[in-house]
Design a protein. Sequence first.
Length: 212
Amino acid sequence: MSDVEKSFKVVLLGEGCVGKTSIVLRYIQNTFNDKHLMTQHAGFFQKNINIAGKRVQLTIWDTAGQERFHALGPIYYRGSQGALVVYDITDNDSFVKAKNWIKELKTMLGNDISLCIIGNKADLEKSRVIPLAEAESYAKSVGAIHYSTSAKLNKGVEDLFLDLTKRMLANMNSSNNSTISTSSNTSQATNRSERIPIVPDNAEPSRTTCCN
Ligand code: G3D
Ligand code: MG
């Protein structure tokens, strides 16, 4: 098996409790835990996939709950080629927050990033407050792709990462630097140097769930 040909940094963003950690754990470990996850899984996860004949390594950054205190800044998403901005389809505030993140990412990173807007908790369709058409139309208006997922039921998660990876490869090919990178090139080295540890959040130790 050949070495990784390309490495991408992908960040998860969105309000607390929308299911960011659940999505990444579903993708990496194929597990779902409805117990409190916030402080247990801070940092980044890696997954290697073969796609279009290329071996790609995804480094997926999850927060340690800093979003609850508005404490996530450019240091977290800088250098990323993909962003998953997650909202909860049953929570209007989380959709507003997702739009704010999109605005910030576009201001800070321009069009160099593949944006995904993810309506999670699709299993709670009966409690949906964000119409799918509205979310899709917003995504289109900002050049993002909208996905519906349920980390709980394992719906849409694999497809989302596959599609995002294809888009990041396509972006890379359409940019000036269209040569496939190797693991020793500058772009990956840059990503490595930006692996600033995410400090676990100890601010809410007594909570057993993060929602409600
Ligand atoms: P976060 O990382 O965005 O803060 P978490 O969100 O992944 O910690 O999830 C927050 C809560 O939402 C968790 O429940 C989790 O089980 C639940 N959740 C995540 N994804 C889904 C989903 O697809 N469907 C449903 N129904 N629930 C989901 P608790 O009870 O720990 O607050
Ligand atoms: Mg989390």
